[in-house]
Design a protein around this ligand. Structure first.
Ligand SMILES: Cc1cc2nc3c(=O)[nH]c(=O)nc-3n(C[C@H](O)[C@H](O)[C@H](O)COP(=O)(O)OP(=O)(O)OC[C@H]3O[C@@H](n4cnc5c(N)ncnc54)[C@H](O)[C@@H]3O)c2cc1C
Length: 407
């Protein structure tokens, strides 16, 4: 066999059975006092390697090295894909995850699988391929037309048991946050929520899952050594936006339901789209945000005027939302919305880490602050040191081609 693999070096094996306990798929057994891998069950996930650290009797074998592993499950990288609630297009975070997944899969020598559950899956499977999936697993049924915690988690868990992906990624959306933890419990593995970075450790093959911890003051890198799949969610807008490649192609597996659908876990009453609920920062190309430095509702109105003049959407720091000057949908940051506009203008915002993590992927940042040491000025492309009550009116006059007021 020419693919990558895992092998046991029999001379070094002491029969301690630690690898048997570490294997999440029950793929290692003892035979004549030595560990033996059942390659039909093995997903090449590598959980057994750190378990045998002491004796070094298990090793990864590079592609072409003659590992003796027959064709079979590869421990692929799966992306759970969500669709727009009112259509058959992928949501932005699913596209972003599909854009990242090929680099993880390449590091492991596996493929990228996209998983789609629902009904009326017409455009979205092809879209998943165009954004980076090598193949798509679709399950369609009438009872799957609306998201349901119990139904979807049991179904996705059954697919995982059957196809044994090594990694499962999903968006930290309302659905992702409800579904993936349930799946993790069901298949008995770990989940790192709200990751800001994902990469593969070249030595161990483990997924390095980095996320802010302790209120965003440190970045923790978490691994899931002994259970599979390694599961992580990523918030929308954190990863770069990929571009679709319509020339890509790959198989679309239309799978039958593995078992009858479970009873629905709740009753569907209504759907209110986010845009109708007020503001949608996620897709905005220009965002002008008000910070506590605006001093109150009058200052917010001034920033809103600048947002309108630039054709942008009004954002806010948490301090502004906490003060009741703007409602929560305007909040940018760790506990608000993560944004990725072309232009982000921060007015009277200090630049606390919890705000920065929500807007740091903006293409161009302009910050207005009267304190030259404010952290936001350090990360801005254009740092304007001055009073926003002078700077914003001056900017508005410039945008409207007006003359400055005469003294
Ligand atoms: C768990 C946790 C989660 C959090 N999540 C978020 C989040 O999602 N989003 C978020 O924003 N914060 C979040 N925070 C809060 C965050 O730590 C900061 O407290 C908050 O971002 C500060 O908001 P601010 O910059 O508007 O206010 P301040 O820190 O008070 O800064 C006001 C700035 O305005 C400047 N200023 C004052 N007057 C003027 C003027 N006339 N002209 C120009 N500049 C002026 C000042 O120099 C100052 O830099 C979170 C905190 C925690 C602990």
């Amino acid at each position: 066999m020419a693919g990558p693999g895992i092998r046991i070096i029999a001379d070094r094996c002491r029969g301690c059975t630690l690898c048997v306990k570490a294997c999440p798929f029950g793929a290692i057994r003892m035979q004549d006092g030595k560990a033996v891998i059942d390659y039909d069950a093995c997903t090449l996930c590598g959980s057994c390697i750190p378990a045998c650290k002491r004796f070094g009797a298990i090793e990864r074998v590079a592609a072409g090295a003659g590992a003796g592993v027959p064709e079979g499950p590869r421990g692929d990288v799966w992306v759970f894909c969500e669709r727009e609630p009112d259509g058959d297009r992928l949501v932005s975070v699913s596209r972003e995850l599909l854009g990242l997944a090929p680099s993880l899969a390449a590091a492991l020598g596996v493929r990228v699988g996209a998983v789609l559950l629902g009904s009326g899956l017409v455009r979205s499977p092809g879209e998943a391929i165009a954004f980076g999936a090598d193949e798509v697993y679709c399950v369609e049924a009438e009872g799957l037309d609306r998201y349901d915690d119990r139904r979807w988690s049991l179904l996705l868990s059954a697919l995982i048991r059957e196809h044994r992906p090594g990694i499962l990624l999903g968006g930290a959306t309302a659905i992702g946050r409800a579904l993936l933890p349930r799946v993790a419990v069901e298949v008995h593995t770990g989940l790192t929520a709200d990751c800001t970075e994902l990469r593969v450790d070249a030595e161990t093959g483990l997924l390095l899952q980095t996320r802010p911890a302790f209120g965003g003051n440190i970045l923790a890198t978490i691994t899931c050594e002994r259970h599979r799949p390694q599961m992580a969610t990523v918030r929308p807008g954190v990863l770069p936006r990929p571009t679709a490649d319509a020339s890509r192609s790959g198989p679309i597996h239309r799978l039958a339901l593995p078992a009858p659908l479970a009873a629905a876990s709740f009753q569907w009453l209504d759907f209110v789209p986010r845009a109708a609920a007020g503001v949608d920062l996620r897709e905005a190309e220009v965002i002008v945000s008000a910070g506590y430095g605006v001093g109150g509702p009058a200052g917010v109105s001034l920033v809103a005027e600048l947002a309108r003049a630039l054709g942008g959407v009004l954002g806010a720091s948490r301090a502004v939302v906490d003060a009741g000057w703007l409602p929560y949908p305007h909040q940018v940051g760790q506990t608000g919305t993560t944004v990725q506009p072309k232009v982000y203008v921060a007015c009277g915002i200090s630049g606390a880490i919890q705000h920065i993590v929500g807007m740091q992927n903006s293409d161009l940042v302009v910050a207005i602050n009267r304190d030259p040491d404010a952290p936001i000025l350090g990360m801005a492309d254009y740092a304007v040191v001055g009073d926003l009550f002078e700077m914003i009116p001056a900017l508005l006059r410039e945008l409207r081609n007006e003359r400055p007021p005469q003294p």
